[in-house]
Design a protein around this ligand. Structure first.
Ligand code: GLY
Length: 343
């Protein structure tokens, strides 16, 4: 069954209609302390007869032990196979709540109400579910799509500005890999003047189009990973330090490094590389890394899910608006791109 994705200025009304259209025995709303305080009040009274499951926010809690807490709450409330889960939060809640639903009693339905820009344009679409394992992001998981995704920019009022900008990196990524026209529009608009009710559905459509052609990432879907091979490696490296960065900030770093490699391999022109760097630099301050940290970042790249054997494969840009995938990167290239970024 395909997922219904609705972008709405009225999350309460849209969610109420969706829940009325469903037949389920029990409902668990999964929140963290932030979405409980700021987002749950917006939807609470349109969710009949639900239990609230609160988990701790943050990527460091996207673990099996948090899943146990969710499964325990559902078990204590005697959830059966006709129960449903509503994930109210960002990518961590969507990925992990979906993972818990898809595994509970071999699978119950779930609906995503993503509350961050990042999760609205990326994690909520495409059915990737999972948790982290040690330092490795989304290391354990599977593909399963939600019943529905209900997206509303109303939640952006509840977000810190840094979080909103972080999510914007995925919007930029979608334009860079698939839509030169949108890239030009994004470059010529100020962040403050963006109309989210246009930008979000447009970006979601780009992702949906790619996922529809390759739902389980056998090939084309890998282009959505542009910026993520090196970005994820840096994000994981900094996760357990006091210099933790947001996902989009790490992806912005990754997009600069991987654009540089696209240039070095003769795909992007020097002007295109400069254009990309200038745009990303206007949103994201450069992340500082010591020379001695580059090796551990490279080691993290060896865990990337696109790799085969010991070879790191990345998705690069052919040009602005078009990406490729399965591009082998060796250690020297990865370190060179990081040094270029840090120059
Ligand atoms: N975030 C990349 C994907 O969903 O494939």
């Amino acid at each position: 069954m395909s997922t219904v994705i609705q972008v709405t200025a009225d999350v309460r009304g849209t969610l109420a209609s969706f829940l009325e259209s469903q037949s389920y025995t029990q409902l668990a709303v999964i929140v963290d302390e932030n979405t409980k305080a700021f987002c749950y009040p917006l939807i609470k009274d349109v969710c009949p007869n639900h239990i609230l499951v609160e988990i701790k926010s943050g990527e460091e809690n996207k673990t099996l032990s948090t899943c146990e807490k969710i499964w325990q709450a559902m078990t204590d409330a005697a959830f059966d196979r006709k129960s449903m889960v509503l994930n109210l939060g960002g990518g961590v809640i969507g990925d992990m709540g979906g993972f818990c639903a898809a595994a509970y009693k071999r699978g119950i339905r779930f609906v995503n109400v993503p509350t961050t820009l990042l999760s609205q344009v990326d994690a909520s679409v495409g059915g990737k579910l999972g948790i982290d394992f040690g330092a490795f992001k989304n290391h354990i998981g599977f593909f399963k799509t939600p019943e529905a995704v209900i997206i509303s920019p109303e939640f952006f009022r509840t977000l810190p500005g840094r979080e909103l900008r972080s999510g914007f990196a995925e919007v930029v990524k979608h334009a860079l890999i698939a839509d030169r026209k949108q890239w030009s529009e994004l470059r010529s608009s100020s962040f403050e003047s963006l109309d989210w009710l246009e930008v979000v559905p447009y970006s979601v459509k780009i992702k949906e189009g790619v996922v529809a052609e390759d739902p389980t990432e056998q090939g084309l879907r890998k282009i959505l990973n542009f910026g993520h091979t090196i970005g994820h490696a840096v994000e994981s490296h900094l996760l357990h330090t006091d210099r933790k960065v947001l996902h989009g900030e790490a992806v912005a770093l990754g997009m600069i490094c991987e654009s540089y490699l696209s240039f070095k391999l003769g795909y992007l022109t020097a002007e295109e590389l400069k254009e990309i760097e200038q745009h990303l630099d206007s949103f994201y301050p450069r992340i500082a890394l010591e020379e001695g940290e580059l090796e551990p970042v490279y080691s993290n790249c060896l865990q990337d899910k696109k790799n085969e054997g010991q070879i790191v494969y990345a998705s690069l840009l052919e040009k602005i608006g078009q990406a490729n995938y399965h591009q082998p990167l060796n250690k020297e290239m990865i370190l060179d791109s990081l040094r270029y970024y840090l120059k």
